[in-house]
Ligand binder design. Structure first.
Ligand code: SF4
Length: 348
C-alpha cells in the first residue's frame, strides 16, 4: 500500500505524518483524561478517563522509561496524544523535553482538543513541541489562531464524519483564512466504546477494517473540494494506520528486542518455537537434547517455567526426533511490544 496515495492529499504532507508513515513515531499517550464529550471518542475502556501514561503499549511512570521505549523502536519522533495532553501540561513538557534531550533530532507532534490552549501554555509548548494538531469542539478556530502566533507548526486533525461535509469544508476554509499550516482528515473508526453510540446515530461499519462506512468517500471528496485552497489537506485511512504505520513500527522494535532464536515475519511479528514439558524434570530433558542440537549455543534456547523456547525450525525438527512423552510442540507468533501479546499459537 502506497503511503500517500494520489487523490488523498494536496499540498505538502506534515512532517509528523511523513515519519509516522515510516513507523518511526513513538505514540506517547500521556493521559486518558479529557474534558471533551465526543460521542465518537474511540478510546478503549482500559485508557478512557485514566490518569496514566503509555509509551506505545508500555505503561510508563517516568520520562526515562519513555526514552527507553523510544530507543527500543529507533524512534525518529513522537506523537503525544490522549485524552487531552494539556490536562497534564507539566508531564507533557517533561516527557517532550527528555525526548528532545535524549536524541539529536526528534520530531514531536501533539494532539489536543485545544480548549486549554492559551498564550501561557503555548509558550511552554513551542519550546519542545514541533507541531500541534487541534481537534476543536464545534470546529472552532479561535485557539488555533492563537497558536499561530507562536513558533510552531499549527494544524487541525479531525475525523471525516459522514453527513458533515458542509461543516468540514467550511472548517477548511476558515483554517485557510487564518493561515493554519495543514488539515488532516482521519477515517472515522468504531471501537468497543463508541460502537453503540455510532450505531444509534445511524452509522454502519465496514467488515474488513475498523472504519465507519462512508467516511473515506467523504474525506476524499473534501480533499478534492478544497484543492484550490492554500492549506494542505491530507486524508489518513484506518487501513493505512494498521497496514503500514503499525506494522512498520513493530518491525523497528522487533529488530531490537528479538532473541537470537526468534525470527521476524513480514508483519513485524516475532516467531518462535515452544515446547511445553509440563514438569521441570521433562523440561530439563528437553533442554539437554536442544543443547546438543545447537552445540551448546545458550542464546538459541531459553527455559520459561516448565516450557522451553527455541527457534521454530528447531521445534519442527525436535518434534520428529525427541521421544519424551507428554510434551507439546508449538509455533508462536507474538507482537514485539512491551506486553508481548501472543497473536497466534499453532500446536504441531
Ligand atoms: S477530544 Fe479526543 S480524547 Fe477527548 S473526548 Fe473527544 S475524541 Fe475523545
Amino acid at each position: 500500500m502506497e503511503a500517500f496515495p494520489e487523490g488523498t492529499y494536496h499540498g505538502p504532507i506534515p512532517e509528523g505524518c511523513t515519519l509516522c508513515a515510516l513507523g518511526a513515531k513513538m505514540v506517547l499517550f500521556v493521559t486518558g483524561a479529557c474534558l471533551g464529550t465526543c460521542y465518537y471518542c474511540p478510546l478503549s475502556e482500559k485508557r478512557k478517563g485514566v490518569w496514566a501514561t503509555w509509551a506505545n503499549e508500555r505503561k510508563v511512570s517516568s520520562a526515562e522509561e519513555a526514552v527507553d521505549e523510544a530507543r527500543l523502536m529507533d524512534a525518529l519522533g513522537t506523537g503525544i496524544t490522549g485524552g487531552d495532553p494539556l490536562l497534564v501540561l507539566d508531564d507533557t513538557i517533561t516527557y517532550a523535553r527528555a525526548l528532545k534531550d535524549a536524541f539529536d533530532h526528534h520530531h514531536i507532534h501533539l494532539y489536543t482538543p485545544g480548549t486549554l490552549v492559551d498564550s501561557m501554555a503555548m509558550q511552554y509548548i513551542e519550546q519542545v513541541i514541533d507541531e500541534i494538531r487541534f481537534h476543536p469542539p464545534g470546529y472552532d478556530v479561535e485557539r488555533i489562531e492563537l497558536a499561530l502566533r507562536h513558533d510552531i507548526s499549527v494544524g487541525a486533525e479531525v475525523p471525516a464524519i459522514p453527513g458533515l461535509k458542509d461543516d468540514l469544508i467550511s472548517f477548511a476554509c476558515r483554517l485557510d483564512d487564518i493561515g493554519a499550516h495543514f488539515l488532516n482528515l482521519n477515517e472515522l473508526e468504531y471501537s468497543e466504546t463508541n460502537a453503540s453510540g455510532l450505531r444509534a446515530r445511524g452509522f454502519s461499519f465496514s467488515t474488513d477494517s475498523n472504519a465507519v462506512e462512508g467516511s473515506e468517500e467523504l474525506a476524499i471528496d473534501i480533499v478534492g473540494a478544497t484543492a484550490d485552497l492554500d492549506i494542505p489537506v491530507h486524508y489518513c485511512s484506518s487501513r493505512f494506520k494498521d497496514s503500514i504505520q503499525f506494522r512498520e513500527r513493530l518491525k523497528r522494535r522487533a529488530k531490537n528486542v528479538r532473541k537470537k532464536y526468534e525470527d521476524i515475519d513480514d508483519d513485524g511479528l516475532l516467531v518462535r518455537g515452544e515446547i511445553e514439558a509440563h514438569t521441570v524434570k521433562r523440561r530439563d530433558e528437553v533442554l539437554s537434547a536442544i543443547s546438543e542440537l545447537f552445540e551448546r549455543d545458550d542464546d538459541m534456547v531459553e527455559a520459561r517455567g516448565t516450557a522451553v523456547r527455541t527457534s521454530w525450525a528447531a521445534v519442527e525438527e525436535l518434534r520428529e526426533i525427541l521421544n519424551i512423552p507428554g510434551v507439546q510442540f508449538s509455533i508462536v507468533k507474538e507482537y514485539p511490544t512491551y506486553d508481548r501479546q501472543v497473536v497466534e499459537k499453532e500446536i504441531l
